[in-house]
Design a protein around this ligand. Structure first.
Ligand code: ATP
Ligand code: MG
Length: 503
């Protein structure tokens, strides 16, 4: 089962239960509050009623006592409590009837009966008083000695007691109910609190479980990511190896082609040129026309030789093999810039180690491609080429002051030139950047790491350069610069202004 769905369901059920219990407790406590309120109101009313019944009874007794005192003594002041009772009784009876709720029909009937009994009793008292007034004290005393008033009074007392007892019983029942409610409410609260505690515990456990699951999922994701990264690294390494192999096969093939052109086509051209020169020597005096044609033939052969050299140089920059990376870059840059009318600023190290051949050829090809691009697209006037030795490797930078390169080409190069440069550098485990610097133009930077063990640490002792000052005519074949220096030919060659040419 999906753990997230399970979590949701297992969390929803206790939450629903908790909500139901809380709702139940709330409703119950509201209900019990209502009952408490009712019981309170009833208790207040009941106390009022009991007080009233007591007062009514007292008033009737006062009236009775006053009447007796008056009959016995004939003194008018004894009648004061009677008059007061007459005044108050009707008011108290109204209050009593008003306090009895309409729903308590039994009590209402009792109240009516009490009213009637009071009226009867008061009428009896009034009769005794009237008798006293009209016939004298003896007649009133005789009436007093009969049981007429006692019966009414007993009945009234009993009715008042029943009334009060009913009120007490009802208030007591309400009170008991309310106490029950309080008990239930407390029980409900306790249950709800216990449930809430249980729920909190359950939520805590679920959260813990959820966190564990998430952690586990994260771990798996990280492992998966690491696995993927490992695979990508392996594949990249494989591709790099394959690319380097292809590059080296390509370069070997180019070298073989260059050698074949040099050895075979070169030999043919040289022997043809020698033959033509011989014929010209021997025929020049006799046949001026043929001599002119032979001169043209010699010029054509020279052109052929030039083309052969350029072809060979493009296929395999022999300067690279003979003079090293710095010199080859310098020569290439000077040549291209001279042809294209660009001002070149070249900076290469005075001394450099002998780089692994794939590093040297890769950097040289990058220079070639970058220069070709500058000539084709940049509309530049100046070019800066810099080769710097660093502790971890070698850095190459080529900059122009042209129109700059489009942003889309930098990030998504679809054409082969930039892609090839990048691939070459990446294939060697280096970094490649192409950017538009603040001062304008385009800047290409490649860094190739070189492991110390890969470098032959003997530094090159001197450099053959200054190609810019060399005249166009003549050339010297330099196979080994160190050998040339040992033989002391480097300086004389330069002094003679002879153009240095690779073999
Ligand atoms: N120095 C530069 N200045 C201005 N734009 C450049 C420069 N170098 C390259 N570009 C632009 O970048 C594009 C891609 O160059 P890239 O060398 O990859 O391909 P390309 O020269 O068009 O074709 P290919 O090199 O395969 O013959 C070019 O078409 C050009 O528009
Ligand atoms: Mg290009």
């Amino acid at each position: 089962m999906d753990p997230v769905a399970f979590n949701r369901r297992s969390l929803a059920l206790p939450l629903l239960l908790a909500a139901l219990v809380s709702l139940g407790v709330l409703v119950f406590s509201e209900f019990s509050h209502e009952r408490l309120y009712e019981a309170g109101a009833y208790a207040r009313r009941s106390l009022g009623l009991q007080e009233l019944t007591r007062e009514i009874q007292t008033l009737v007794l006062d009236a009775e006592t006053a009447q007796r005192g008056y009959v016995l003594t004939g003194r008018a002041e004894y009648l004061e409590p009677y008059k007061l009772a007459v005044q108050k009784l009707s008011d108290r009876m109204r209050q009593l009837q008003a306090l009895v709720p309409a729903s308590a029909s039994e009590q209402l009937q009792r109240a009516d009966r009490i009213g009637l009994l009071i009226d009867t009793r008061m009428a009896e008292i009034e009769t005794a008083l009237a008798l006293h007034r009209e016939r004298g004290p003896e007649a009133a005393l005789r009436l007093e000695q009969t049981d007429v008033g006692k019966e009414t009074m007993d009945e009234l007392r009993a009715e008042l007691q029943r009334f009060t007892a009913h009120e007490r019983a009802h208030a007591g029942a309400l009170w008991t109910l309310w106490e029950q409610d309080i008990l239930y409410s407390r029980f409900g609260m306790a249950l709800s609190s216990a449930f809430n505690l249980f729920l909190l515990g359950a939520v805590y456990l679920l959260a813990l479980r959820d966190a564990r699951l998430r952690e586990q999922a994260n771990r798996q994701l990280l492992e998966h990511k690491a696995e993927l990264e490992r695979t990508v690294r392996e594949r990249t390494a494989e591709l790099s190896r394959a690319y380097r192999h292809l590059q080296s096969v390509q370069e070997t093939e180019k070298s073989r082609l260059a050698r074949d052109i040099h050895d075979e086509l070169g030999a043919i051209l040289v022997s043809a040129k020698m033959d033509a020169a011989w014929v010209q020597q021997h025929l020049s005096a006799l046949e001026p026309e043929i001599s002119a044609t032979l001169r043209r033939l010699l010029l054509t052969l020279d052109e052929g030789v030039q083309i052969k050299r350029r072809l060979i140089e493009d296929l395999r920059p022999t300067l690279l093999d003979n003079l090293g990376l710095g010199a080859a870059i310098e020569w290439q840059t000077s040549e291209v810039c001279q042809r294209a009318g660009l001002r070149a600023h070249i900076s290469v190290p005075e001394e450099e180690p002998e780089w692994p051949s794939e590093v040297a050829i890769a950097l040289f090809r990058i220079v070639q491609e970058a220069l070709t691009n500058i000539v084709r697209y940049a509309r530049a006037r100046q070019v800066w080429v810099e080769l710097t030795l660093e502790r971890q490797g070698v850095r190459l930078s080529i900059r122009d002051d042209g129109i700059g390169i489009g942003a889309e080409v930098k990030t998504e190069p679809l054409s082969h030139g930039i892609l090839g440069m990048r691939e070459r550098v990446m294939g060697l485990g280096g970094t490649f950047r192409i950017e538009t610097p603040a001062e304008g133009g385009t800047r290409i930077e490649a860094f190739v790491p070189v492991v110390q063990g890969d470098i032959e640490t003997t530094p090159l002792s001197a450099r053959l350069r200054r190609r810019k000052t060399m005249p166009a005519g003549g050339h010297a074949v330099i196979r080994n610069r160190r050998a040339a220096n040992r033989r002391g030919c480097g300086a004389p060659i330069r002094r003679a202004g002879v153009r240095l040419r690779p073999s």
